[in-house]
Design a protein around this ligand. Structure first.
Ligand code: HSE
Length: 416
C-alpha cells in the first residue's frame, strides 16, 4: 500500500519503490523515464531473458517474480502483455496491498472485475489509463462524465489497424506490407492477430464500457470482425465511393439499460472526422445526456505515448494514494443485446469455384430478401452495395456468395 506522508516526510519524502514487469518496447521506454528520477527507486525489472542488454542496470534484472516481490515495491508496473503470467503477477501484488499500474487491456477486459475487487479488499489500487488510447486520456474523460449518463461510444481504438489502413490508402499496397511497417514502429501487439482480427479493439471496447459505468462485459460476447480480408482493391473501391475503410468500435446503451456492441470494418465518408485520423491515432466520440457529443483524439499506440499514460497513472497514485478506484466495485454484469440497427452495407465476395451465374445471384438476393443498391459481378468477384439490412443478413449473404469462406469476403456497413 502507498504510505501517506507525514509532515516530516513531506519536507523530505522517502523515495517511492517501483518494480517493472516487462522490458520490451514500452517497458524499456518507461524504465528510461523512471531511472534517475528524484524520489523513485526501481527495485527490480522482471524479464524473460536476463542476458539481453537493456537500458537499465543489469543488477536490477531478474527472471524471478518472487525476487520482484522480495524487493518490496510499493507499486508494480505491469507491461508484460498477454494474460498469463501477467494476471497472476497482478493478483499476487494486489493481494499484498501493492498498487498496480498496467497497460494490459486483455486483463482489464477479462479479469478487471475480480482484480478491482481484490485491490479494494487489500487497500491497493489498480490503474489502467494506458490500456485504451495509449497516451490519449480517454478513460479519464469517461471518469469525468460519470455524473452524466453516457449513451454511446464510437471510435477507432486500434492504432495498428488505423496505421495499416491509412498506409494502404497512401501507397496502394496490400495489408501485409503495411503490417510489417506497423510492427517495425512498435504499434502492433506481439501477436498481431490480436490487432488484425479486431480482438484488441473488442477488449478495449469492454474497458470503455466498464468506465462508462455500463457494467462488466466479456470481449468474447462482442460481435467482432477484423481487417484481415481487406484488399488494396477494397480500399480503391471505397475511395471511388468517397469513403475510407476504418475499423470501428461502436457501443450503445438503451434507455432500458441494455448494451449493444460491435467491432468491425466500416465505410466512413471521407469528410467525416473519423476518416481524417492519420497513422496510429485513436479517436473516440462519446455521447452523453447532458454534455452532448464529446470528441477525444490522440496517439493510440507506441512506446512513448503509452509511457505518458503510465507516468500519468503513477502521478495520480502518488498524488492521491488512497483515491477511489476508478472502476466502482458495485459495477454489475452488463445486459447485452445484439446490434439491431439496419444499415447500408458494402459486400465483396470472391467465389472459390468459378464465375457466379447472374441469375443465381439474383435468386440468392431475392431469397434472402436483400435489395441491392448497386451490383457488380465480375467473373468470380461480386461487389454489392445493399440498402438497409442487418449486419447478420449482410454477413450471411457474403458468406454464401463466397461458398462459406469468411476469409474471401468483406462486409462493411456504411457510416451515415
Ligand atoms: N496494438 C495496439 C494498437 C497497441 O495498435 O492499438 C496499443 O494498445
Amino acid at each position: 500500500m502507498i504510505r501517506l506522508l507525514d509532515h516530516t516526510e513531506y519536507l523530505q519524502p522517502a523515495p517511492l519503490c517501483i518494480a517493472l514487469l516487462g522490458c520490451g518496447n514500452v517497458g524499456a521506454e518507461v524504465a528510461r523515464h523512471l531511472a534517475g528520477r528524484d524520489g523513485i527507486i526501481i527495485t527490480r525489472v522482471l524479464v524473460r531473458d536476463t542476458g539481453r542488454s537493456r537500458p537499465i542496470a543489469h543488477a536490477l534484472l531478474t527472471d524471478s517474480f518472487d525476487e520482484v516481490l522480495a524487493s518490496e515495491p510499493e507499486v508494480v508496473i505491469e507491461l508484460l502483455g498477454g494474460v498469463e503470467p501477467a494476471r497472476s503477477h497482478i493478483e499476487a501484488a494486489l493481494s499484498r496491498g501493492i498498487s498496480v499500474i498496467t497497460a494490459n487491456k486483455s486483463i482489464i477486459a477479462r479479469h478487471g472485475e475480480s482484480l478491482h475487487r481484490l485491490a479494494a479488499l487489500h487497500g491497493a489500487r489498480l490503474l489502467s489509463e494506458a490500456s485504451v488510447g495509449a497516451g490519449t486520456p480517454i478513460l479519464a474523460a469517461l471518469d469525468r462524465l460519470r455524473g452524466d449518463r453516457i449513451t454511446a461510444i464510437r471510435g477507432i481504438v486500434n492504432g495498428t489497424c488505423n496505421f495499416i489502413l491509412t498506409r494502404m490508402e497512401a501507397t496502394g499496397g496490400e495489408l501485409h506490407e503495411a503490417l510489417r511497417e506497423a510492427q517495425r514502429l512498435g504499434y502492433a501487439e506481439p501477436d498481431p492477430a490480436a490487432d488484425l482480427t479486431g480482438r484488441d479493439s473488442a477488449e478495449k471496447l469492454c474497458v470503455l464500457a466498464q468506465r462508462a459505468g455500463w457494467g462488466w462485459i466479456h470481449p468474447d460476447a462482442i460481435a467482432t470482425r477484423g481487417i484481415t480480408t481487406i484488399t488494396a482493391e477494397d480500399v480503391r473501391h471505397a475511395r471511388r465511393q468517397r469513403c475510407v475503410i476504418r475499423l470501428l468500435a461502436e457501443a450503445q446503451r438503451s434507455d432500458d439499460g441494455t448494451v449493444s456492441l460491435r467491432v468491425g470494418p466500416c465505410f466512413v465518408p471521407a469528410a467525416q472526422r473519423l476518416a481524417r485520423l492519420s497513422g496510429c491515432e485513436n479517436a473516440f466520440e462519446i455521447e452523453s445526456q447532458l454534455a452532448g457529443c464529446i470528441h477525444v483524439q490522440g496517439p493510440g499506440a507506441g512506446p512513448r505515448a503509452t509511457t505518458s499514460a503510465i507516468l500519468g497513472d503513477l502521478h495520480s497514485l502518488t498524488a492521491s494514494p488512497n483515491g477511489a478506484a476508478a472502476t466502482p466495485r458495485s459495477l454489475r454484469r452488463a445486459r447485452l443485446t445484439q446490434p439491431g440497427a439496419l444499415r447500408r452495407h458494402y459486400i465483396r465476395a470472391d467465389a472459390p469455384a468459378g464465375p457466379v451465374d447472374p441469375g443465381t445471384l439474383l435468386d440468392v438476393l431475392n431469397r434472402k430478401g436483400i435489395r441491392a443498391d448497386s451490383l457488380d459481378l465480375r467473373s468470380t468477384r461480386t461487389t454489392i452495395h445493399t440498402v438497409a439490412v442487418s449486419s447478420d443478413a449482410a454477413a450471411d449473404l457474403a458468406e454464401s456468395l463466397a461458398g462459406g469462406h469468411a476469409d474471401r469476403c468483406l462486409v462493411a456497413p456504411l457510416m451515415e
